[in-house]
Design a protein around this ligand. Structure first.
Ligand SMILES: CC(C)(COP(=O)(O)OP(=O)(O)OC[C@H]1O[C@@H](n2cnc3c(N)ncnc32)[C@H](O)[C@@H]1OP(=O)(O)O)[C@@H](O)C(=O)NCCC(=O)NCCS
Length: 209
């Protein structure tokens, strides 16, 4: 399995993994509850993605010399450490999985394959001002989608609409940072800076609160 680990600073690190078919990595570090969750996933590809995201977070933690604490999900689907220390975010898309950990701040990470069909659904997740500055290019739209996913995951609550509550400043297709904010919710005043990376046909974004 190819892995890229990025130590962002002394408090945070992320790990990305390319999932190769039919490989089995040891998963004995998972908590009992996590092993049960994994056993309940029936689709083999989804199972591999889920497991690889946990191997990614294990690797990111190792880069920070932090033992794997085990994670549970809250009622919104967001993962938290079992020992209440630090923040995590996970992502997986066919062929790839990634994770980010921060000792003190909430984080959000997302990976998406660039697909032509995203151009047809822009109206569902983009505000008019965003539709105006984005080029009709699937990579540009995917950057916007992924940035909103990272912001959504960083704040963590269901009920925040990508189109109505998350607004991005204009950015161009070669941007490595996207600014955005959440509006019309309890986090109305919060501004986010989203980092962008491109790997093959995948857009990766992450943000730290
Ligand atoms: C839940 C959601 C964040 C998942 O994102 P995704 O791109 O489908 O999938 P990813 O692989 O990148 O992320 C999945 C991970 O997100 C995490 N996640 C799920 N809900 C979350 C939440 N409320 N907050 C933070 N993280 C969350 C989980 O860890 C999950 O991984 P796991 O199931 O292996 O534990 C996303 O589908 C969603 O619901 N978005 C909000 C709804 C919305 O407005 N959609 C757009 C309308 S057009």
């Amino acid at each position: 399995m190819q892995t890229k680990i990025e130590k962002i600073d002394s408090s945070s690190a992320l790990a990305l993994k390319i999932i190769e078919a039919q490989e089995n990595q040891p998963l004995d570090f998972l908590s009992f509850r996590e092993k049960l969750s994994l056993a309940n996933i029936s689709h083999p590809e989804k199972k591999r993605e889920w497991a690889t995201a946990r191997i990614a977070i294990h690797d990111a933690l190792e880069a920070l010399h932090i033992p794997y604490p085990g994670f549970y999900k809250d009622e919104h689907g967001k993962s938290h450490t079992m020992n209440g220390q630090g923040y995590v975010s996970l992502t997986h898309t066919p062929g790839f999985a990634g994770a980010i950990f921060h000792r003190e701040q909430p984080v959000g990470i997302d990976m998406d394959l660039v697909r032509e069909k995203i151009l047809k659904i822009g109206f569902r997740f983009l505000d008019k001002s965003e539709l105006d500055f984005l080029e009709q290019d699937p990579a540009h739209y995917t950057m916007a989608w992924s940035a909103k996913e990272s912001i959504f995951k960083c704040q963590g609550r269901r009920g925040v609409s990508f189109r109505d509550n998350i607004l991005l400043d204009p950015f161009d297709i070669s941007a490595s940072k996207i600014k955005g904010r959440i509006m019309g919710t309890d986090f109305a005043d919060h501004h986010y800076k989203v980092e962008v990376r491109k790997l093959e046909n995948v857009i990766l974004t992450y943000t730290i609160w």
